[in-house]
Ligand binder design. Structure first.
Ligand code: ACO
Length: 427
């Protein structure tokens, strides 16, 4: 059976044979389908890239129908159970689990790069009063690049690797600075002897001069959440990273662009939207009416639905378990009851069942973050910190791919035909 697709252009009666590889045809092969010799040829129209593979990748595998997520072949459940965020970050970037000495060296590199340049602190003074921490984080990623002009040399693998270390290592400090600066609190630099997640909690929650030891259960829960958010193949923010990076932009600017894409409520901003929704619903008895309003088209059930998962998001399942452990320490988040009831009703409701809408990663993560004392508008920041690993892994993969070119989609022009300019007094 030949691996080809034969198509007939009924405008001309001509047939064409397109090669099929990996269940894919090359959109560029459609160009040979043309009516006259000078035509540009047929294009594929796919406005949200819902059925277009834009790269070949070895990083993350998702089977959305079966609810499977793997980084470099390793099931997310095993990584969440047995790995740490830094080990997972190495795996995502490098492709293999690190040996003991590789992990030691990587941990040391992150440790050595974890303090942002001193002048970055001043950046936060220049923002509006009480800025949204995601806006501040996006600005600080861009600003960070100005301290490392070598980062423009993206063709040198050693230079690239240094920036990867700096961005992952400094993301927690930038995030903590963004949160503290808005409250007028003094910035707390990282401390010796704490883990990646522990140091973030310290920089965010410690009072200078007082001892602060992160609760080990909460520290581990945060580390697991970081593992779950490390990568998720070609989503909106990763595409932004690859798209901006394809013009050979430095990684700081590309990460700022990716973070901006993440900020939106349909992407990483959904965890914040979930909490606002749960607060808005307010009590268990209001859940059925809320579900009815969603069915009537009055807003969405935030934290439900996914472009790829058409069954339970495996990350949501893990987060539900972690939530129980966190609530043992913090006390139960009262909104949990509302979330569980929303899930119970939605999973039996025709509207949600027929559209295959299940809880996604954001449905329960916000409940944990709130119980741990993070303000609601920090939630997307908590997503961005570990996702730097995925963005940078995807960027590195893109730069090594011989097929990489600057991203430049086509359009179907549907605007006005040629017309002559009319001076303003004649309009
Ligand atoms: N609540 C109610 N209805 C929904 C929801 C939802 N959360 N999600 C999808 N639908 C409905 C749509 O109205 C549509 O119905 P229709 O066929 O009658 O018009 C159908 O399901 C398909 O929805 P689309 O918008 O076409 O699905 P798409 O794949 O484009 O969107 C998305 C995916 C953006 C995640 C969507 O499900 C959504 O808005 N969810 C809520 C926001 C959210 O939780 N985002 C986080 C995603 S995970 C992440 O980014 C980390």
């Amino acid at each position: 059976m030949p691996d080809t697709l034969t198509i007939t252009d009924n405008r001309t009666g001509r047939s064409y044979e397109l090669a099929i590889k990996d269940d894919t045809v090359r959109a560029a092969d459609l160009r040979k389908v043309r009516v006259a010799a000078g035509d540009v040829g047929l294009m594929a129209y796919d406005p949200a890239l819902v059925n277009t593979a834009a790269c070949r990748s070895t990083i993350t595998f998702i089977d959305g129908d079966k609810g499977i997520l793997r980084y470099r072949g390793y099931p997310i459940e095993q990584l969440a159970e047995q790995s740490s965020f830094l080990e997972t970050a190495w795996l995502v970037i490098d492709g293999e689990l690190p040996t003991a000495s590789e992990l030691l060296a990587f941990t040391a590199a992150i440790h050595d790069n974890r303090v942002p340049p001193a002048r970055i602190a001043g950046l936060f003074d220049g923002l509006a009063d009480d800025p949204h921490p995601m806006g501040a984080l996006i600005a600080s990623f861009g600003a960070l690049g100005t301290f490392y002009p070598e980062s423009h040399n993206i063709s040198d693998p050693a230079v690239r690797r240094r920036q990867v270390h700096r961005i992952i290592a400094q993301a927690p400090a930038l995030a903590a600075y963004a949160a503290r600066a808005r409250k007028g609190q003094p910035l707390v630099p990282p401390r010796e002897g704490l883990s990646f997640a522990g140091n973030f909690l310290y920089m965010l929650q410690a009072t200078p001069g007082q001892t602060f030891t992160p609760n080990p259960v909460l520290e581990r829960a945060l580390d697991i959440l970081f593992i779950l958010h490390a990568d998720h193949e070609q989503n909106c923010s990763t595409f932004a990273m690859r798209s901006v990076g394809s013009s050979n932009t430095d990684p700081y600017s590309s990460v700022a662009a990716a973070a901006a894409a993440l900020y939106g409520p349909l992407h990483g901003g959904a965890n914040e939207a979930v909490l606002r929704m749960l607060h808005g619903i307010g009590s268990l008895d209001k859940v059925p009416a809320f579900i009815k309003s969603v069915e009537a088209g009055d807003g969405r059930l935030m934290g439900f639905g996914h472009r790829i998962y058409k069954s339970y998001d495996p990350r949501a399942r893990i987060i539900k378990r972690v939530a129980d452990e966190v609530f043992e320490v913090t006390g139960k988040n009262p909104l949990l009851e509302i979330a569980l009831e929303l899930e119970r009703i939605a999973l039996q409701d025709e509207y949600f069942v027929s559209r295959k809408l299940y809880p996604n990663v954001d449905f329960y993560s916000g409940l944990i973050y709130e119980a741990m004392g993070f303000p609601t508008d920090m939630f997307t920041v908590l997503f961005a910190i570990p996702r730097t690993a995925g963005w940078l892994a995807q960027w590195e993969e893109m730069l090594r791919d011989p097929e990489t070119k600057i991203v430049r989609p086509r359009q179907i022009y549907v605007g006005a035909d040629k017309r002559d300019y009319i001076p303003v007094d004649g309009r």
